[in-house]
Design a protein around this ligand. Structure first.
Ligand code: FAD
Length: 393
């Protein structure tokens, strides 16, 4: 077995792991990122696309925002559509000039990989059988196999950035973590389509047939979603059936939904999940490994970024001054923002989806709430400031 050493061993090359590695590099702290998928796979995985103002500012500050500034779609509002009418929520006016940027997660990952590799960083793909050890001592270790050889990576800290299905969270002894969870009785059927977006801004639509979302990735590619059963069989939906359903739900006077060829389609489940605390000894969980939000609030990637920002600052303080103050408070600091994002994501989901056992009363209440959010400046401001992102710390 080959023995290696670094300061921070990072499991997972998703947004959390790569942002953390680059932030640490900018502070002169060494890290190794270990990823079980190939570079091509992580750079082609279609997921999030909405970046909060704070995420955009951080990526630019880190020197990985050049392409984002050129190719990202800067938005200063969203459309809430119900009863066949659109109602714009003006972020710029309601939040003092803030907005969001639509820039696909796989592009963020590409930019980060390029930056790490250009800076001589170590991001190792296609590793196998990774396991984490001794993280309750001051000498944690990560073991893994790569190209048939076995490695033992000694480090000062381990960052578990390995997503919801990773191995870091389950490696923490039973009884340490408390899990908070909610499953939703529906999912999203999503398509990526070669069609120019039919709206300049995202359209969130409440409809008696179920929720629909019109989003986009580039000026030529649209991303659209339909509320469906959580176990919906995607093979039962032809491309034309998907377009017909989108047409029916998104219909709005004087507006047309442009169709195009479907490049990708799939069904995503909806869940809210948080573990507390997000640390145990020298193992720190960040991003989806510690929490999941339903995608309605567009918060998952953004929370992953804000977690590692907190962790990078805490590690900087440790290496610069030998103080564990910020590290000890890591979980508490992150959870304040995470629970607010959980609340917002749950609220947006509850507001816009049809629940299977909903009564006529529930539907009338949802419509009254939509009417209130789109007609009261106070209510619209609440949506806007959460959507563009609450302060990072
Ligand atoms: C359909 C969909 C739409 C979404 N839309 C949005 C949106 O609009 N806005 C938003 O903010 N968020 C959105 N999200 C959520 C967002 O994609 C995630 O929150 C984000 O990817 C979290 O980043 P992460 O780095 O924590 O985890 P991941 O991106 O999951 O990265 C974890 C990495 O760890 C690797 N890994 C796992 N196990 C191991 C192991 N044992 N060893 C080594 N490596 C391992 C994985 O391969 C992966 O590369 C969406 C998600 C989905 C599925």
């Amino acid at each position: 077995m080959a023995n290696l050493r670094t300061q921070v061993g990072i499991v997972g090359a998703g947004p959390a792991g790569l942002v953390l590695s680059h932030l640490l590099h900018l502070e002169g702290i060494d890290s190794v990122v270990l990823e079980n998928r190939s570079r091509q796979y992580v750079e082609e995985r279609v997921r999030a696309g909405v970046l909060e103002q704070g995420t955009v500012d951080l990526l630019i500050e880190m020197g990985v925002g050049d392409r984002l500034k050129k190719e990202g779609l800067f938005h200063y509002g969203v459309d809430l559509r119900f009863h066949g009418c659109g109602h714009r929520i003006d972020f710029r006016e309601l939040t003092g000039g803030k907005g969001i940027v639509v820039y696909a997660q796989q592009e963020v990952v590409k930019d980060l990989n390029d930056a790490r590799i250009a800076a001589g960083g170590q991001v190792i793909f296609e590793i196998e059988d990774l396991s984490v050890h001794d993280f309750h001592s001051s000498h944690p270790r990560i073991r893994y196999r790569n190209n048939g050889a076995e490695y033992d990576l000694a480090c000062d800290f381990i960052a578990g950035c390995d997503g919801f299905h990773g191995i870091c969270r389950p490696s923490i002894p039973t009884g340490v973590l408390t899990e908070y969870e909610r499953e939703y009785p529906f999912g999203w059927l999503g398509i990526l389509a070669e069609a120019p977006p039919s709206s300049d801004e995202l359209v969130y639509c409440y409809h008696e047939k179920g929720f629909a979302l019109l989003s986009m990735r580039t000026p030529h590619v649209s991303r659209l979603y339909l509320q469906c059963k959580p176990d919906e069989d995607i093979n039962k939906w032809s491309d034309q059936q998907i377009w017909d359903e989108l047409q029916a739900r998104l219909a709005c006077n004087g507006w047309t939904l442009t169709e195009g060829s479907v490049l990708q389609k799939g069904v995503t489940g909806m869940r809210s999940f948080v573990v507390e605390p997000m640390q145990y000894g020298r193992l720190f969980l960040a991003g989806d490994s510690a929490h999941i939000v339903p995608p309605t609030g567009a918060k998952g990637l953004n929370l992953a970024v804000s977690d590692v920002r907190v962790l990078a600052r805490a590690l900087k303080q440790f290496y610069a001054r030998g103080s564990r103050d910020l590290l000890d408070k890591y979980s508490e600091t992150c959870l304040q923002r995470i629970w607010k994002a959980q609340r917002f994501s749950w609220w947006m989901t509850s507001l816009l989806h049809r629940f299977p056992n909903a009564t006529p009363f529930d539907a009338r209440r949802q419509l009254a709430e939509l009417d209130y959010v789109t007609s009261s400046r106070a209510a619209a401001t609440t949506l806007a400031e959460n959507y563009v992102g609450l302060p990072m710390e």
